[in-house]
Design a protein around this ligand. Sequence first.
Ligand code: ADP
Ligand code: ZN
Ligand code: MG
Length: 540
Amino acid sequence: MKDLLTVLKDWEAVIGLEVHTELTTLNTKMFCSCPIEFGAEPNTHVCPVCLGLPGALPVPNRAAIESIVLAGLATNCEIEKRSMFYRKNYFYPDMSKNFQTTQGPVAFCMRGWLDLEVNGAAARERVVRAGTLPLLAEDGTGTASDVTGAATATPAPPIAQLDGYVTHIGITRIHMEEDAGKTVHYGGTDGRITGATYSLLDYNRCGTPLIELVTEPDLRTPEEARLFLQQLRQIYLTLGISDCSMEEGSLRCDGNVSLRRRGEVEFGTKTELKNMNSFKNLHDGLAYEICRQAEVLESGGTVRQETRHWEPAAKRTVTMRVKETADDYRLFPEPDLAPYDLTDEFIESVRARLPELPDAKRQRYTRDYGLPRADAANLAGDASLSAFFDATLQSSPQVARLAPRIANLLLNEVSAWLNAHNTVIENSKLTPQHLAQLAELLAGDSISSKQAKEVLAQSAETGASPQQIVEQSGIKQVSDAGELEAIVAQILAANPDKVAEYRSGKTGLIGFFVGQAMKATQGQGNPKLINEMFTQKLEV
Ligand code: ADP
Ligand code: ZN
Ligand code: MG
């Protein structure tokens, strides 16, 4: 099989995603008052409504409707004031009602969009032609329109040579539905039904409110699909409507993909990939499927419309089932639920609750604090780190000038420490004031970046202030020119042969000299200053 980048030279991939998200932060299910709890004892959170026993009547959960409206507003959707629930009829053992309550042609949220910024290596998969997309300037500032204007006959160079691009992804709808239970297979391999000797059912998850977002077929590369899902997850996390765990299945994504020859307008036949339970699986599954379809088409075959299963270990997709059509489900209006009417007051009260979203935050970080584009995006995409960053900057007006350094500390040293200790910043003893202090110490050259790591670790573990730690443990950086001059002179005098070698062109020896001086100062010398001193003395 050809590799992805080769395939994408001749073929354009067309991708649309269907993203299911459980509203895990709600207390109760969609149409009954059973609690929502992951990992509870099987079949303890069930009642006649979520099991679909005779005579049970559903009552919609208002908080769930608020969540979906929040999701819609955050993704630029129009909120439909009147929508209905439908029954989607089918049999599956984990759904004892024999139908899923879902929405019909009109969902709570319709016609939204998100702008996707694709940077760096992620941009490599897209071949951009003149005038088709706003490009990012190479210096990373704003969008440059250097490839706009009437499309010329010569295509623009592949995007890899530029910094990135922005692409507009349409959102068809976000509708409300309910989750099914879980079937657990025993005796087979990988928990699959094949080869299992028996299966058990857990109905706890039945009736958990689920929102399904469907995109227009506007994505063009596996990287764009991955970025879209990441961006959506960040938005949902910021809204606080779900814990969005791909591992535990509260965020699940199906990828639809087809190919067409470059320049062609008609879409090809798509396949749908299930089981994309990580960002990597989504990317790799789509990439595999694109290559597989290209091989089928190039050998004169046709792609069959079907649902396929991505097997990450075997690195391949296999047929699950040939697609049913909507008619097979006999979708009809749910007779037990009246059409749902949303008032303007309700929608406005939800809008008032919208927090600052990652995209706005990212723009604020570059605009107000001059953070580099990538740092701003990474920070804005992490709800807990960005809250800590904001708190650090609010801790004193003097720290604004240190913002890029603080962002850098959070994204590197602090994140590394949190990962190593398998914890989150809220559970560490680091405070915004202490982080600001650490940045001050670094900025004033009082400690080296290596020492900063140590001080940070101690502060995060014990809650002591960096100032205190530095004073008590004697960690300091020697930046006193007089003190360092003497050491530098000593080392030069003790190594005349090395000095001669350096002067005859072996300038790599600077590392040796700086190393000697660091040793002499017990690691407390300011390496930058020492380096400058040696260079000056050696170059005469
Ligand atoms: P279906 O009726 O098979 O469920 P839909 O029209 O509802 O298909 O679309 C489901 C998803 O597939 C959407 O995300 C949509 O953008 C995407 N999609 C539709 N047609 C194509 C295509 N030809 N290639 C790739 N994706 C597509
Ligand atoms: Zn129930
Ligand atoms: Mg569909």
